[in-house]
Design a protein around this ligand. Structure first.
Ligand SMILES: Nc1ncnc2c1ncn2[C@@H]1O[C@H](COP(=O)(O)OP(=O)(O)O)[C@@H](O)[C@H]1O
Ligand SMILES: [Mg+2]
Length: 334
């Protein structure tokens, strides 16, 4: 197990475009760290620099005690799993998993043992003789992860590995990856634009925005105490209601936020009268979109099946102590 330390790491292209201005980050040994941010914010660039697939413009990368900034990918003790997990179609699952070891000319007995162990962890043992075309999407992705496992890396790097899978399979793979992390205990750095993956799998989340770090912390700490309006709006679904202008000023700040699940909805009275313009019944809960005059749309999430109609007037109130105030782009102490 190794930690990873990025110090004043930056990346610019010769065209003059700066992707990552200067980034400092510590990834604890054995952690499952998720780098999350919108598309184009520099996640893949950052991960590829750690992997050695992309040169750095400045700064250093340490894996454990070693400065790996200028080492070849193969010398870094890492293994990477990508979104597009190109498997060799003519090879069996076992051959695909063991391919890196075969190339490295490891003895056959050693390769077989490593493949069996990885297949066991990933529940692929019964599929070892199949070719990729006879596998489901989730099974193929597990084979790609198996290829990484057999190399026994100190650090696993994942770049949006679940993005090509359908929603139910993504949910299942999230659980499997978390189990995998528990069973092998290696340091894992996982990149995604999906805040649900970040919230559910990470023990440390790093929120990235335009190549800089907005906040680092445990998922529920970021959910409860977002430091910036960006983090507040990015984590949590449906997104936090965020308001500037008069409503915020009335609350003593310049950006006021309240999560949909922290708004109370009542028919008789409340802080903000609002007109319902859309309702989503999700079964376990209901999401109501209501217009507050001169403010805009507010999203409310209520448990169970809420009995309101489009066009109806309701009253919304923030739950005391669960709202968020920001000024100058930073969280105000409550
Ligand atoms: N070779 C390049 N030259 C200039 N800009 C690039 C190059 N490669 C990627 N970029 C830009 O870098 C930014 C970050 O890209 P990327 O790291 O792939 O983002 P993410 O993985 O977060 O979606 C994007 O705006 C992308 O257009
Ligand atoms: Mg990317």
């Amino acid at each position: 197990m190794h930690d990873v330390r990025l110090t004043q790491l930056n990346k610019s292209y010769t065209s003059g475009v700066t992707i990552i201005p200067s980034l400092d980050l510590h990834i604890p040994a054995g952690s499952f760290t998720v780098l999350v941010g919108p598309s184009g914010c520099g996640k893949s660039t950052l991960l590829r620099m750690v992997a050695g697939l992309e040169s750095v413009s400045g700064g250093t990368i340490h894996i454990g005690e070693r400065d790996v900034t200028h080492l070849e990918p193969a010398e870094r003790g890492i293994a990477m799993v990508f979104q597009s997990y190109a498997l060799y179609p003519h090879m069996t699952v076992a051959e695909n998993i063991g391919f890196g070891l075969t190339i490295a000319k490891k003895p056959k007995a050693e390769i077989d043992a490593a493949v069996r162990k990885a297949a066991d962890v990933l529940q692929l043992t019964h599929l070892l003789d199949r070719t990729p075309k006879a596998l489901s999407g989730g099974q193929r992705q597990r084979v790609a992860i198996g290829r990484a496992i057999v190399r026994n890396p100190a650090v696993f790097l994942f770049d949006e590995p679940l993005s090509n899978l359908d929603a139910s399979l993504r949910g299942q793979m999230r659980v499997e990856l978390a189990d995998l992390h528990r069973s092998i205990g290696a340091t894992m750095i996982y990149v995604t634009h999906d805040q649900v993956e970040a919230m559910t799998m990470a023990d440390q989340i790093v929120v990235l925005n335009k190549g800089h770090i907005e906040q680092v912390g445990a998922p529920m700490d970021l959910y409860r105490q977002p430091l910036t309006p960006f983090v507040a709006g990015f984590l949590g679904a449906p997104s936090m209601n965020l308001f500037q202008g008069e409503l915020a000023r009335g609350m003593g700040c310049d950006t006021y936020g309240v999560r949909p699940e922290h708004l109370e909805i009542r028919l008789d009275q409340g802080r903000w009268p609002a007109t319902v313009h859309h309702i989503e019944h999700l079964g376990a809960d209901s999401v109501v979109y209501a217009d507050v005059r001169d403010v805009g749309s507010m999203t409310v999430r209520a448990e169970g099946e809420l009995d309101v109609r489009v066009g109806q007037t309701v009253h919304l109130s923030p739950r005391a102590g669960f709202d968020h105030r920001f000024a100058g782009g930073r969280r105000l102490a409550t």
